[in-house]
Design a protein around this ligand. Structure first.
Ligand code: GCV
Length: 741
């Protein structure tokens, strides 16, 4: 297996120089192991491959405490998952503590680390009843006195729970937590925690900014790249338990025997890590690969075809998760092609999967160009009336907002509107609308904002998180999906900081009530250094970053004003083309007098899709959060905001503030030079320069455009754009990454 750790640079120059480490000087004679291990974090040639599982040596002070507790391990190794847990523990402890623990079956030591389930370990057996309460994936970490020994226990009802517990323990060590009186009881709040890969069979990743697809379909199933195991480890470390391998804009070939064998090989690699494989299914597959003349969901031959297809898949992948379907959206085929409803379509596939225990994840991202209705309303119009019409194994997968993964959107009105249907949250981890991989934008804050939004459907506290985790309406089948930002780039995510978004998604999927700030802090500690002088500034950068992007791209509720097609850079002037709701002018509606989309009762009335308490707030220009003002209201350019500034001045103020915030992030990052490894520091610094230039570009192009519409002078103290509008409009990026094909 490929080394997951980083390469150590150990040049002769280093050995003959006096090293400076944590402010202390050491003569070269003292170099040897002590200094090397203390300084390891700052001399490693880090390339990001190790993600948050770098397992670099902990500070000598804590190392001693950890060694005392964890020097000897008793763990089963009979199943693949047991071996994965033990291997991870050994890998982790070897790196963190400098030596591998002794592994034994019976302890001679006073202190011992025990892994296991009641079945696999006699040490854990007495805790059977307690472990039952933690469910199939939960775990218990506890320091206890057992049979005369001081035991740190990683116990669970299942092997997977133990594996998750091992990752939790390693996280504690990586972040410098104490093991004294350790007591952690964890179980996931959401059942299906799934990545969606928008990966095509030709290796292109739609909206992918981290290289090509991780899946080498050409060499599968014979060659299983060790990287697939590392992918599984990374996901298991977060509790992600499913992956949809292929793009929702699906190719029917992924359901042919050739590709199913490849998917099965991946499923074999992922299984020990608790990850099930799912596939995006093309609704018209019965025609394209089945030779049928129709894909009508009520046609008996079509129903048989899907049943047999499911049987075929489960023969190859016994724990296959199920299907994800994008239907009748953006040109994809679907049940409406035959005059049937989305429920008819979803139930067709749900029925085929049901005998095998599979689930059907049907997407609500549906809007039709022949419907003149406000696009923000269409998913609700299509689905709300179907509540209760779906089979028990069908989940409806709903994007966090009603348009499309914008820097800021209000929560999707379907959340709370379908109490009889399990609604999955769909977040985007890849930053299609947030500066691709080069902008530092921490999405933990965006996810937190969406999950904490209060739908008010059952009174105050009816948060989106409670819809998604099933507690609001009593659903046991629950799910959350993240559109992956993973590719074959050495960094996995295209940039070091984008790894944090994968991480935050996974951690919130496990427990949507965690704070984005806490998640950022543990990620920063593991990814860079647990030193508070590093964590604190890095977390401050991360926590400010999403608002900065909103400011320089889409302040005050503006949305979908980026360039056409590839969505790279500003394009508020985008107009014309195949459909109005793919243009910017459709969304901002700026004219000489004002700007914004009127979604009040006098306008498109999208506000009425929310519960009355929410609708009243959104619909009232005096009460709507200013961050969503132009999402819901068309207001005059001189409308006064809470700052006292007229709207035009406020808008320009936000654009400029966004650029300044990026500059502040640069200054913070520069101040960390020398505290972090140089390779990663250099790349982040370079990307921040790109981000600064592009933030400035967003600001200047947007100001130039809106000024051309409203004819207003620049607000006092604001610098005019350096180029005329025509300059920004003429910029072309024919090879911008990630475009759909
Ligand atoms: C996979 C947006 C993206 C598309 C994506 C679509 C979807 O429109 O631009 O690339 O298609 O969302 O979520 O289905």
């Amino acid at each position: 297996m490929e080394s997951f750790g980083s390469v150590y640079i150990l040049s002769t120059r280093m050995l003959t120089l006096t090293l400076r480490c944590n402010g202390r000087r050491h003569g070269w004679l003292l170099v040897a192991a002590l200094v090397l291990s203390a300084c390891m974090g700052s001399v490693r040639a880090e390339d990001g491959y190790a993600l948050w599982m770098r397992y670099v040596p902990v500070a000598p002070g804590v190392a001693h405490e950890y060694q005392r507790h964890l020097g000897e391990v008793i763990a089963p190794d009979q199943t693949a998952t047991q071996r994965a847990a033990l291997e991870e523990l050994q890998r982790g402890l070897s790196g963190l503590l400098g030596s591998a623990p002794r592994v034994s079956t019976e302890s001679a030591a006073n202190h011992v680390l025990v892994l296991g389930t009641p079945e696999s370990s006699r040490w854990v057996a007495p805790f059977r009843q307690e472990l039952e309460t933690l469910g199939g994936e939960g775990y218990l970490l506890r320091q206890a006195r057992v049979a005369g020994h001081d035991v740190v226990m990683v116990a669970a009802r299942t092997d997977i729970g133990v594996l998750y517990g091992v990752f939790h323990l390693l996280r504690l060590l990586q972040t410098g937590a104490s093991l004294e009186n350790l007591e952690v009881r964890q179980s996931p709040a959401i059942k299906l925690r799934v990545l969606n890969h928008w990966d095509n069979l030709d290796g292109h990743v739609e909206r992918g900014y981290a290289g090509g697809s991780l899946w080498d379909w050409h060499t599968l199933p014979d060659w299983q790249d060790p990287r697939y195991t590392d992918y599984a480890r990374a996901n298991a470390s977060l509790g992600i338990n499913g992956t949809v391998l292929n793009n929702v804009n699906a190719n029917a070939l992924s359901l042919t025997p050739t590709y199913l064998a490849k998917a099965a090989a991946l499923a074999d690699v992922f299984r020990p890590y608790g990850i099930r494989v799912y596939l995006s299914a093309r609704f018209s597959a019965p025609i394209e690969i089945g030779g049928l003349r129709t894909a009508d969901p009520l046609d008996a031959d079509v129903q048989r075809w899907w049943r047999e297809k499911a049987d075929e898949i489960y023969a190859l992948i016994p724990d296959f998760g199920g299907f994800l379907v994008k239907a009748n959206s953006e040109g994809q085929p679907g049940p409406q092609d035959y005059g049937r409803s989305h429920a008819d379509g979803a139930n067709l596939l749900g029925d085929a999967l049901a005998p095998h225990g599979g689930v059907m994840m049907w997407r609500a991202f549906v809007y039709a160009h022949d419907v003149p209705q406000d696009r923000a309303k269409q998913a609700y119009s299509e689905f709300a009336g179907l509540d209760g019409a779906f089979r028990p194994n069908v989940l409806l997968q709903v994007k966090n907002g009603p348009i499309d993964f914008q820097p800021r959107e209000p929560f999707h009105p379907l959340f709370g509107a379908m109490p009889h249907t399990p609604l999955m949250m769909e977040f985007q981890i890849t930053k299609e609308y947030l500066g691709f991989a080069t902008h530092l934008v921490y999405l933990g804050s965006l996810y937190e904002e969406a999950l904490n939004a209060d739908t008010h459907v059952n009174g105050e506290g009816s948060t989106v998180a409670r819809v998604v985790d099933g507690s609001l309406d009593g659903h046991a089948l629950t799910g959350i999906a993240g559109v992956a930002n993973i590719g074959n780039s050495r960094t996995w995510s295209g940039s070091h900081f984008d790894q944090a978004n994968w991480y935050a998604f996974g951690r919130l999927a496990w427990d949507p009530r965690q704070s984005a700030r806490d998640i950022a802090a543990e990620w920063a500690a593991m990814t860079f250094s647990p030193d508070s002088e590093v964590v604190r500034p890095v977390v401050e950068m991360m926590m400010a970053s999403r608002e900065a992007a909103v400011d320089y791209m889409t302040p005050l509720g503006l949305h979908h004003v980026m360039a056409r097609g590839h969505h790279y850079g500003p394009g508020p002037w985008v107009d014309g083309g195949p459909r109005a709701d793919w243009t910017s002018v459709y969304y901002h509606r700026a004219d000489r007098n004002g700007i914004g989309f009127d979604r009040t009762r006098q306008g498109s009335d999208a506000v009425s899709q929310y519960a009355p308490a929410v609708a009243q707030g959104f619909g009232d220009v005096a009460r709507v959060p200013e961050s969503l003002l132009l999402w819901f209201h068309h207001v005059p350019w001189d409308h006064r905001l809470r700052s006292g500034r007229p709207l035009w001045d406020e808008l320009v103020h936000h654009y400029t503030r966004g650029v300044r915030q990026v500059q502040a992030m640069q200054a913070t990052w520069d101040s960390l030079q020398g505290r972090l490894d140089a390779p990663r520091h250099r790349q982040v610094a370079a990307f921040l320069r790109i981000q600064e230039n592009e933030a400035q570009w967003w600001r200047d192009a947007s100001v130039a455009y809106f000024q051309s519409i409203n004819g207003r002078p620049m607000p006092d103290g604001e610098v005019p754009p350096p180029h005329p509008l025509s300059y920004y409009q003429a910029l072309q990026f024919p090879f911008a990454p990630g475009d759909g094909r």
